[in-house]
Design a protein around this ligand. Structure first.
Ligand code: GUN
Length: 297
């Protein structure tokens, strides 16, 4: 029988510690309020839910949360100008441009306009470079959340074979870089699989820790998992469910019911990695505000 990892409880604890620190800062002479700006272009329903939840959480910990909803018709130039203004705004410590952007926008060019000192999503090439160099500053929230879940759950990855399925800029790639860092919550042996990997089952079967971020329901089945492996499911796939008020429910990338019989520990969807993403974003924003205001731990 496997342990079901309670990502929500781990995220709630981290969020509470961020709130306590902000409360303390507000009481001291420095007394600043960290500001997080989220920019959403278009009408993607899932993105709207993410941005709404981010605002709710940021406000609940005492941050100033500013949301900017721009129409689908926003041009590249207009969006670049918008992000440039936010980058210069002294009230704002963290900028998040919700991805994916509409197809007519060049995403990479927009990310390049974000001030790297406010890039709490860790997507700017400067912050990616720091991670590659072994000097991480802002690490994307989902990979940072996965590493945090592993360490808080007492799952040692040093020297272990961690297999990551998915090579996205936002999860797979930075997660691989994070877990090969030379520190106690990393030092793993990482293999990265992707859509062109041959005989993927042979590789996933070798994983001590299998992390899945491919965006495909039931991608990992029981026969792809070694007995006793730890499974971290980053997938958030919406499937229709007429019994729900929303008309849908979330499922991960892993066949949870069958894989949990083999795994030693597994994250559920929802309630696993998802809640950690927002908690880590808040932590990154607090760290950014502390850097700006010269507050050191
Ligand atoms: N879309 C889905 N997850 C994320 C995230 O962590 N950051 C941004 N910017 N967009 C996302």
């Amino acid at each position: 029988m496997s342990t079901i990892i309670d990502g929500k409880a781990i995220a709630d604890k981290l969020t509470k510690s961020v709130a306590e620190e902000i409360n303390l800062i507000k009481k001291t002479n420095s007394g600043f309020v960290p500001g997080l700006a989220a920019v959403l272009v278009g009408e993607d329903p899932a993105s709207k839910v993410y941005v709404r939840n981010k605002k709710k959480s940021a406000t609940s910990v005492g941050m100033e949360a500013l949301d900017y909803y721009l129409p689908e018709s926003t041009t590249q130039k207009e969006l670049e100008e918008y992000v440039r203004k936010l980058s210069e705004d002294v009230k704002i410590d963290g900028i998040l441009v919700q991805l994916p952007l509409p197809a007519h926008i060049d995403q990479e060019k927009i990310i390049n306009v974000i001030n790297p000192d406010k890039d709490v999503d860790g997507l700017h090439p400067y912050n990616v470079g720091l991670l590659v160099k072994g000097q991480p500053r802002f690490v994307p929230a989902t990979p940072a959340g996965v590493q945090y879940i592993l360490s808080e759950s007492g799952i040692e990855v040093v020297g272990k074979h961690v297999v990551i399925c998915g090579r996205s800029e936002i999860v797979g790639k930075p997660l691989g870089l994070l877990l090969i860092q030379r520190n106690k919550n990393a030092n793993a042996t990482v293999t990265m699989c992707h859509s062109r990997t041959e005989n993927i089952r042979n590789i996933t079967k070798q994983a001590d820790v299998l992390i899945v971020a491919v965006g495909q329901q039931n991608f990992i089945k029981a026969d792809m998992v070694k007995k006793g492996a730890v499974i971290i499911d980053v997938g958030t796939n919406r499937i229709q469910d007429a019994t729900r008020k929303s008309g849908y429910r979330l499922v991960g990338d892993v066949d949870f019911e069958n894989v949990k019989k083999i795994a030693s520990a597994i994250t559920p969807v929802p309630g696993g990695v998802g809640p950690m993403t927002i908690a880590m974003l808040l932590k990154n924003t607090l760290e950014s505000a502390k850097r700006k205001n010269l507050v050191f731990d």
